[in-house]
Design a protein around this ligand. Structure first.
Ligand code: KIV
Length: 254
């Protein structure tokens, strides 16, 4: 899709009913994200999520999915060494996932390499990495200073080199999102990373306007003004990602 210039529409999914609906609405990738800990399980952060929680929700999603590609999150401390990453990726792939996602910078390089060598597709997630919220000091935009921006660019290249197949970029300035996208051959998926990424992802509960936290600048509520219910809102999200009208610059960070 990157080679063909077709934008990739991704959403988080946690259960069979939404998964079926997302497939019908044309969502390319469904992510069983560890945000399920916050939006489904009611935790304050994603830190308490266990591998078993992701396995359970992956199985639910798989039963509803018709055509989307399914990625699942390796949760906090589920990949702190290579053996652990192997064992937990095995559980996620055996539950039906087609790729695993892990958060973090260059320290994940060896793990990414080892996983892809053994046939596990890996999506890396850099920028704002919510599993590290406590050490980051909160949910803040990353890569605003020149040194931090070039570190993120180098990290992205290093993870591509290690064998990552996809890169999620969360909450970085749109100019950095564009630069990383241009310099990688693997697709980038942005969330608060500007319009020039190869695709976009949102937490479903946010884009349906049913999250309990205050609205986030980089999220659009696709239910607003929508008369056709959730399926139409999701189809509008897919269309807006594909035609490049979501996100606009107001929904991006400078
Ligand atoms: O867990 C999740 O839902 C995610 C997305 C926010 C990208 O990682």
């Amino acid at each position: 899709m990157k080679e063909n210039g077709e934008k990739i529409a991704m959403l988080t999914a946690y259960d069979a009913s939404f998964s079926r609906l997302f497939s019908e609405a044309g969502v390319d990738i469904q992510l069983v994200g560890d945000t399920l800990g916050m939006v489904v399980m009611g935790y304050e952060t994603t830190v308490p999520v266990a591998v078993e929680d992701i396995v359970h929700h992956t199985r639910c999603v798989i039963r509803g999915n018709q055509r989307s590609f399914i990625i699942t999150d390796l949760p906090f401390m589920a990949y702190s060494n290579i053996d652990q990453a192997m064992e937990n990726s095995k559980k996620l792939l055996q539950a039906g996932a087609q790729m695993v996602k892990l958060e973090g910078g260059r320290w994940t390089e060896d793990t990414v390499f080892a996983l892809q060598q053994r046939g596990v597709g890996v999506c890396c997630h850099i920028g704002l990495t919510p599993q590290s919220v406590h050490s980051l000091g909160g949910y803040k935009v990353q890569g605003r200073e020149a040194a931090a921006a070039s570190e993120l660019l180098e990290t992205a290249k290093c993870l591509e080199q290690a064998g990552a197949k996809l890169l999620v970029l969360e909450c970085v300035p749109h100019s950095l999102g564009a630069k990383i996208t241009e310099q990688l051959s693997i697709p980038t998926i942005g969330i608060g990373a500007g319009p020039n990424c190869d695709g976009q992802v949102l937490v479903t509960y946010d884009m349906l306007g049913i999250s309990t936290h205050p609205p986030l600048t980089f999220v659009r509520d696709f239910m607003e003004g929508c008369t056709g219910g959730i399926i139409e809102a999701v189809a509008q999200y897919v269309a807006a990602v594909k035609n490049g009208s979501f996100p606009n610059l107001k929904e991006s960070f400078a």
